[in-house]
Design a protein around this ligand. Structure first.
Ligand code: ADP
Ligand code: MG
Length: 254
């Protein structure tokens, strides 16, 4: 059964995109077929995977013009890793989809005919709770919450959690949390305190692997490189490698 994970946190800069991309590379390198769907108008995961923001069709055409998802899937340089690109046009989605019937389920409907071609679908989301984020909630089987171990990491989380609860009640979705990824660990007292608070709040949902702040992670993104090739011995690559193992264990039990 395909796992569809939405990476959700209504704040920006909390490593949603970085975690999407590095999990995607990692799972693809473990032989799983992976599709990344970029629902963010800033399209950072599209840039990181392709280095090109001009490819069409994108998710915008799928959601707004009725292009088939199958026609928008493009391969990346990594074997087994495919992408539905994002586009700056997605910034108008809230407005354009405001009166569309079934607007919350457009992504789920578009994905349905192709999702079984993949083992994992990872949906990167924008830093707000607009229509695209709601579509990501509805289209996924589970939620992954990336959290930056910086000040006030938990403040936005209560909004995310109450939104999830409201969607569960109103739209008849289960929305289980698959896992919480703690990231940007600075090895400071502050990071340790925030990590303790995150573990206290989410318990065993927090992955054991904590991702350190490591410049190689950011460099790989900016150089449109795969972190595991770009800096295989970096603390960032090693941590993400462990995280991928934990994800596989949790998802597949092996
Ligand atoms: P979001 O998608 O939630 O807005 P990003 O994934 O874009 O967050 O991450 C925010 C910034 O932090 C980016 O510049 C990214 O390159 C950087 N970053 C993410 N993870 C790490 C890390 N482990 N070490 C250093 N920089 C990181
Ligand atoms: Mg992002």
């Amino acid at each position: 059964m395909v796992k569809v994970y939405s990476l959700l946190n209504n704040k920006g800069g909390v490593t949603k995109t970085t975690t999407t991309v590095n999990l995607a590379y990692g799972l693809a390198r473990e032989g799983r077929r992976v599709l990344v769907i970029d629902t963010d108008a800033q399209s950072n995961s599209t840039y990181s995977l392709l280095g090109d923001l001009d490819r069409e069709p994108t998710l915008f055409e799928v959601l707004i013009s009725g292009t088939k998802m199958a026609d928008a899937i493009i391969p990346t340089n990594q074997e087994n890793l495919f992408l539905i690109p994002g586009s700056i046009n997605l910034s108008a989605a809230d407005l354009l989809m405001a009166s569309a019937a079934g607007r919350e389920r457009k992504l789920a409907r578009a994905l349905a005919p192709v999702k079984d071609e993949f083992d994992y679908v990872l949906i990167d989301t924008p830093p707000n709770l607009g229509v695209l984020t709601v579509n990501a909630f509805i289209a996924c089987t589970d939620v992954i919450i990336p959290i930056a171990l910086t000040t006030y990491a938990l403040i936005g989380i209560s909004i995310l959690e109450s939104t999830m609860q409201e969607l569960r009640e109103n739209l008849d979705v289960e929305l289980p949390v698959f896992g919480v990824v703690a990231n940007l660990d600075d090895h400071t007292r502050l990071s340790a305190d925030v990590l303790a608070a995150v573990r206290e709040h989410f318990g065993d949902l927090v992955f054991n692997t904590v991702i350190p702040r490591n410049i190689k992670v950011e460099e790989a993104h900016n150089q449109i490189a795969c972190l595991y090739d770009y800096a295989p011995n970096s603390t960032g690559a090693q941590a993400y490698t462990k995280l991928v193992k934990e994800v596989l264990q949790r998802a597949e039990g092996n």
